[in-house]
Ligand binder design. Structure first.
Ligand code: B12
Ligand code: SF4
Length: 469
């Protein structure tokens, strides 16, 4: 069986390592399948070029990954593939199908199977089942069609001990392509062009009402040994200099975080560490901060979301904002650059609440601030809330619009969509145009070219212009 895994071309400046496809490709390759990965996004391949490659490779199965904001690209691609190769089985995996599930199947007749959430265990069983033409309804974590029916088999089987996963097989991609795409990892600003992203854990124990559930609500870990081994491997084989941790909440479990961070101290001289995916600001006991100070991080992003405790509670984030603010000043001594994540548009949030968040944002000693609108993805509690306010068609039309950073909100709050967009612009302007902030960034950012290029791209996409489709 020939399996081709694809990340479709999208018109966004961000091109991170396709970690999901790498894990899926590696387990399939290790199980004896012939596997290829094409990242049409990093290669800037149009569908025409991609289709001619597909013709050459002649796969039996094509697996595709996409985020919801990239759905229009994915849908156009699967339609074109099916028109040319009706016998080719198409499997969708990744964040979009994991949140949309049957909604995607109802709107996309060209997809045969979906793999929900963590995919390594389900994909092996699914491909074996396709090969042996058996009934897939016993495989957990998939969705498929049986005649006119759409069958969902529930949650996937989560991998308890992540160490059973093999190292990603980098021979499936050209890792150099990603290094050349300098600075466009998760991290807006990187210190070098040799950045590798990894996750120490999968899943998050917290229950924020706006958040996905890709890796489940029980947090599972790789061992610290395995993470160190992976870091050494990419350093020795690919000259990686910088590690971005992409965990949902790397500091969710004090003991586990300490166990890893203690092991990072000996590597600190020749490796740069960053946590761009966001930490919980209220979970930093002093001994953890002391170890982090010894490591000396390059960049840490703190997830504040809102300055108003009532709003944080409505989001069920269960975070203490005062403690988070207090720790921000302590984290200043731990990380060269600090960033903050903020969200506008929570249910019941008023203009005055948003101004309080804005006030906090501009007064914190942060280098960067990211403002996102609360977005009601299916299978989150806020999606059910949104259904009380809007038709499902309106919600979906906005969610799948090809708009990288959701620059047009779906308002769930007391402020109109237009006003939310205005408030975001005001916040970003007030934050970035502060003379002190400019001085701080000029002083601390080691790489202006990457900062200016990426900041421009992200601001353009998040505020000023939607990406044309
Ligand atoms: C890194 C990251 C980013 C990076 C890179 C994104 C990118 N384009 O790749 C940046 C910072 C750019 C980013 C931006 C955004 N992100 Co983001 N991001 C993440 C994060 C933290 C980690 C992703 C990752 O690398 N995972 C590691 C790999 C191993 O996991 P994986 O890709 O999910 O793959 C596994 C499974 O999904 C599955 N799988 C994946 N692909 C396939 C394919 C096949 C065939 C199969 C069988 C299985 C399969 O198997 C894999 C192994 O188990 C996730 C949160 C999370 N925990 O997943 C959010 C997440 C993916 N992001 C999300 C969102 C909403 C965004 C933004 C829209 C935020 C915003 N409002 O601006 C933007 C969109 C930008 C864009 N269009 O690229 C949502 C996606 C929801 C959705 N339904 O699409 C997530 C889930 C977080 C959330 N809170 O909801 N993000
Ligand atoms: S803490 Fe972060 S990852 Fe965890 S549920 Fe909340 S938003 Fe999601």
């Amino acid at each position: 069986m020939r399996v081709l895994l694809i990340k479709p071309y999208t018109n966004t400046p961000i091109a991170p390592l396709p970690m999901g496809l790498l894990y899926i490709g590696t387990v399939l390759k290790n199980a004896g399948y012939s596997v290829k990965i094409i990242d049409a996004h990093i290669k800037r391949w149009t569908n025409k070029k991609l289709l001619s490659k597909i013709h050459e490779i002649n796969p039996d199965i094509i697996g595709i990954t996409n985020m919801t904001s990239e759905t229009l690209y994915m849908r156009r691609l699967v339609k074109e593939i099916k028109e040319q190769r009706p016998d080719c089985v198409i499997i969708l995996g990744g964040p979009h199908i994991s949140s949309f599930k049957r909604y995607e199947f109802e709107n996309n007749p060209f997809v045969d199977y979906g793999v929900i959430g963590e995919g390594e265990l389900s994909i092996i069983q699914l491909i074996r089942c396709i090969q042996e033409k058996c009934d897939p309804s016993k495989i957990k974590g998939i969705i498929f069609r049986k005649g006119d029916e759409i069958i969902e088999t529930g949650e996937p089987e989560f991998i308890e001990d992540l160490d059973i996963l093999p190292f990603p097989d980098f021979s499936l991609i050209n890792i150099g392509d990603y290094f050349r795409h300098f600075g466009t990892t998760f991290n807006l600003v990187t210190a070098t062009d040799r950045v590798y992203s990894l996750m120490y854990s999968r899943g998050c124990p917290f229950g924020c009402r706006f958040c996905h559930n890709i890796f489940g609500k029980r947090i599972r870990y790789f061992s610290a040994d395995r993470i160190i081994e992976e870091i050494m491997y990419v350093k020795n084989h690919y000259g990686v200099k910088e590690i971005d941790f992409l965990d949902d909440t790397i500091n969710a479990n004090y003991k586990k975080t300490m166990a890893l961070f203690e092991r990072l101290i000996p590597l600190r001289r020749e490796t740069i560490f960053a946590i761009p995916s966001g930490v919980r600001g209220d979970l930093f006991p002093d001994d953890l901060l002391n170890i982090m100070k010894e490591i000396g991080f390059f960049r840490i992003n703190i997830a504040f979301e809102s300055a108003v405790q009532r709003i944080i509670n409505i989001a069920n984030k269960n975070m203490h904002i005062e403690k988070t603010i207090e720790n921000t000043y302590k984290l200043k001594k731990v990380s060269k650059l600090l960033g903050g994540f903020f969200m506008f548009g929570f249910p019941t949030e008023t203009k005055s609440d948003i101004f309080k968040t804005m006030e906090l944002m501009v007064n914190l000693p942060l280098h960067t601030a990211t403002v996102s609108f609360v977005t009601p993805f299916p299978n989150t509690e806020f999606f059910n809330y949104a259904l009380n306010l809007y038709s499902i068609e309106k919600i979906f039309a906005k969610l799948i619009k090809n708009d990288t950073f959701y620059s047009e909100p779906i308002s769930l709050c007391e402020v109109s969509e237009k006003e939310l967009m205005e408030l975001k612009k005001v916040a970003i302007r007030r934050f970035y145009l502060q003379p002190l902030r400019i001085v701080m960034n000029i002083r601390d950012v080691p790489n202006y070219v990457s900062l200016i290029r990426n900041a421009f791209n992200v601001l353009r996409l998040s505020i000023f212009k939607n990406v044309p489709y």
